[in-house]
Write a protein that binds this ligand. Structure first.
Ligand SMILES: *Cc1c(COP(=O)(O)O)cnc(C)c1O
Length: 458
């Protein structure tokens, strides 16, 4: 028979205790944290949906690999395993290990960036943009119109806008383009996928103008799942073969292994061109470590090699994407406004619409994030005017374009009953929706306010 329930395709061998708190306790904890969920101790959280980055559960195989990790300074066996796993997946011969994604970005974009250079992407992730701008270069997003509309249903909302891409190359001059960066899946909007057709179109433009083509491949396995499900011609491909084909189109890749390599720390740069790779190696040795470990322990490299293989398992990917969709679909059934279609690694709630009685300058996203914590011990993340709002000269808030709360799903960590508990918490939040009050900031630092600001209820 064909079952309708998709089960977690794993059993639990080792567990991590969750401290179950009461609502009264959580009211107190939140007060001590000044209504900022970043200031909460993690053990006061029941379901932690702050991020999917570095929060994956490793498999028994990966833990066994941790014991086998070779900690030799140079030429470690674990490095060879990691390198082989990356070369066979990406088809790029030059691999540079880094301690996480942004370290790779910093090294690569310092080499190919700098003043006068321009980078074009479907959407630059925030650390990508920061590293490009820090090098003195400019980062421009070329996202399609569909990608900008939160409630519009479209199979590939992460796609690059090819016309804008070409226009920008002509405007700034091909010789000034540092690279074209295709981010798969596109992190903004909860991991919207990019089609193979779009990846090929990007290659066509890059070839036409002789521009370097880099994949930001943090979630390439999740993206491959969407291609197999939604794009004509890929029904009979394995997820791994879809990923390999996408890599074959580009000239190189940067990866945060904290996402689809199923580990808690790690990253790499992989490049076709040996010259660019060699230029990166000097900085690597100064900033990260020797070429055969680059800031990673042998055991981390062993776990990455295994994780890069496990992530393409068809049952894992099916469970992964379907469980994110499960949460999103149930919230839609309850009438909660969410960004659609549901992406690969997170569900985004439109707090401006959900709490439409709270004005934007009273941070409806922050109110909802705090309510989720008080009612259920759930930690999500405000992505709205607390994170991205600016102030004018008089100190008045210039709001962000959207007021969202992101519920990011760690890989292989929570079961369906945990997610059902989150859904139940929403039922209660909906029932008391009109009573929720907005927030006012009582303290804010000059930069990256969301991490340390203090709030009180209006
Ligand atoms: C997480 C992420 C990065 C940065 O990686 P870190 O490991 O957090 O430094 C870069 N690009 C994308 C798309 C990401 O999701």
């Amino acid at each position: 028979m064909k079952h309708k329930t998709i089960i977690e395709p794993f059993r639990i061998k080792s567990i991590e205790q969750i401290t179950i708190t009461t609502e009264e306790e959580r009211v107190e904890y939140l007060k001590e944290a000044h209504n900022n969920l970043f200031l909460l101790d993690a053990d006061k959280v029941i379901i932690d949906l702050l991020t999917d980055s570095g929060t994956s559960a490793m498999s028994a195989n990966q833990w066994a690999g941790i014991m086998r990790g070779d900690e030799s300074y140079a030429g470690a066996r674990s490095w060879k395993r990691m390198k082989e796993a990356i070369v066979s997946l990406t088809t790029y011969d030059n691999v540079i290990p880094t301690h996480q994604g942004r370290a790779g970005e910093s090294i690569l974009y310092t080499q190919i960036g700098g003043k006068g250079k321009v980078f074009l992407s479907n959407t630059h992730f925030d650390t990508t943009r920061a590293n490009i701008e820090y090098s003195g270069a400019m980062a421009i997003d070329c996202i399609t119109e569909e990608g900008k509309k939160p409630s519009l249903i479209h199979p590939f909302k992460g796609n690059m806008d090819i016309e804008q891409l070409e226009d920008n190359i002509l405007k700034y001059g091909a010789e000034n383009i540092g690279a074209v960066i295709l981010t798969v899946t596109n992190n903004s909007g909860g991991g919207q996928p990019v089609s193979m057709h779009n990846a090929r179109e990007v290659k066509r433009i890059c070839d036409k103008y002789g521009v370097l083509y880099i994949l930001d491949c943090c979630r390439i396995a999740e993206n491959a799942y969407f291609i197999a499900e939604r794009e004509v011609g890929f029904e009979d491909y394995t997820y791994r073969d879809i990923a390999k084909e996408m890599f074959s189109l580009a000239d190189g890749a940067v990866m945060s292994a904290k996402k689809d390599a199923l580990v808690n720390m790690g990253g790499f740069i992989a490049l076709k061109d040996k010259k660019i790779a060699d230029s990166c190696i000097n900085t690597l040795i100064i900033k990260e470590g020797f070429v055969t470990y680059g800031g990673l322990s042998g055991r981390d490299m062993e776990a990455i090699a295994i994780g890069l293989d496990e992530v393409f398992d068809k049952d894992y990917l099916h469970y992964r994407i379907r469980s994110t969709t499960y949460l999103g679909d149930k919230l839609i059934e309850l009438g909660v406004p969410v960004m659609r279609p549901i992406g690969g690694h997170a569900v985004y709630i439109d707090a401006k619409e959900f709490y439409n009685h709270i004005p934007v300058d009273q941070f409806p996203g922050q109110s909802l994030a705090c309510d989720l914590y008080v009612k259920g011990g759930i930690r999500g993340c405000e992505i709205g005017s607390v994170m991205f709002g600016k102030r004018d000269e008089k100190g008045k808030l210039i709001p962000a374009p959207m007021e969202l709360v992101r519920l990011a799903i760690p890989r292989r960590v929570y079961t369906q009953s945990h997610i059902d508990y989150v859904i139940e918490t929403f039922e209660e939040i909906i029932a008391e929706k009109s009573q929720s009050k907005g927030m006012r900031i009582t303290y804010e630092p000059e930069f990256l306010r969301h991490f340390t600001a203090h709030f009180e209820r209006v």
